[in-house]
Design a binder for this molecule. Structure first.
Ligand code: ADP
Length: 220
């Protein structure tokens, strides 16, 4: 399998979050150097990942020896130990890694990561918790929410929209959402046009204010 060079990523910490992250990066064809200080974790993932090494990532010298300074991106996936996570970000920043991503488990943790040199801070537990809450209580099948309450969601087709072209149904005027994609049963998602006629069992991708998107999903 061919790998892209510029996409190489260092991942520190092969816990539950780090192992999924590393697996996903590998599946996206990015070379991963995974570092964990626990030999059991290293042993466990060495078959699935390209390069897994045992090292204490809070040690700048150890990271330097592994060539981490030459990588364009690093992710600190440590969650449980705030101290290890902060010291690792500090070491990566001192090495001059241009893009440092770090996982925070609280807002205070995030503040510290930010102040020691993390360029991007993510909150996987908080984000997933909020997301799953939305999916549980709404009829959206999937969604992404952006700032300003704007969202894009996958929803089932409301009964009232079946059999007539979208241009006639005017979902934007009626419900405040824009239908951008349609998946007819057994087909792939395609761009929606005014001429698109929705069949029973179709799925839609709609965008708009999160409240309106949710209300639209309730119609199905
Ligand atoms: P999760 O919630 O994703 O399971 P954890 O914080 O429990 O995350 O796991 C973090 C991983 O990071 C563990 O496998 C641990 O061995 C590793 N780790 C912790 N500190 C260091 C460090 N200083 N250097 C390298 N790896 C570390």
């Amino acid at each position: 399998r061919r790998k892209t060079d510029e996409g190489s990523v260092v991942v520190v910490g092969l816990g539950r979050f780090g192992c999924h992250l590393s697996g996903a990066l590998t599946a996206l064809n990015h070379e991963v150097l995974a570092i964990d200080r626990n030999p059991d974790q290293v042993q466990r993932w060495s078959a699935q990942l390209d390069r897994v090494v045992q090292a204490d990532a809070t040690e700048e010298g150890a990271l330097r020896q592994l060539g981490v300074a030459d990588f364009g991106r690093a992710v600190v996936a440590i969650g449980a130990s705030v101290e290890a996570s902060v010291l690792t970000v500090l070491a990566l920043a001192d090495l001059g890694v241009p893009q440092i991503w770090a996982r925070a488990t609280s807002t205070k943790h995030a503040k510290i990561l930010d102040s020691v040199g993390a360029h991007h801070v993510v909150f996987p537990e908080a984000e997933t918790g909020e997301r799953v809450a939305h999916l549980i209580v709404s009829r959206m099948l999937d969604f992404i929410e952006f700032g300003d309450d704007f969202a894009i969601a996958k929803v089932c087709t409301p009964e009232t929209m079946i059999g007539r072209p979208l241009g006639e149904l005017t979902p934007t005027e009626r419900y405040g959402v824009r239908v951008v994609g349609v998946k007819l049963p057994g087909e792939r998602f395609r761009y929606a046009t005014d001429a698109t006629v929705v069949a029973p069992g179709s799925m839609l991708i709609v965008e708009g204010d999160i409240g309106q998107v949710q209300r639209f999903a309730e119609l199905s």
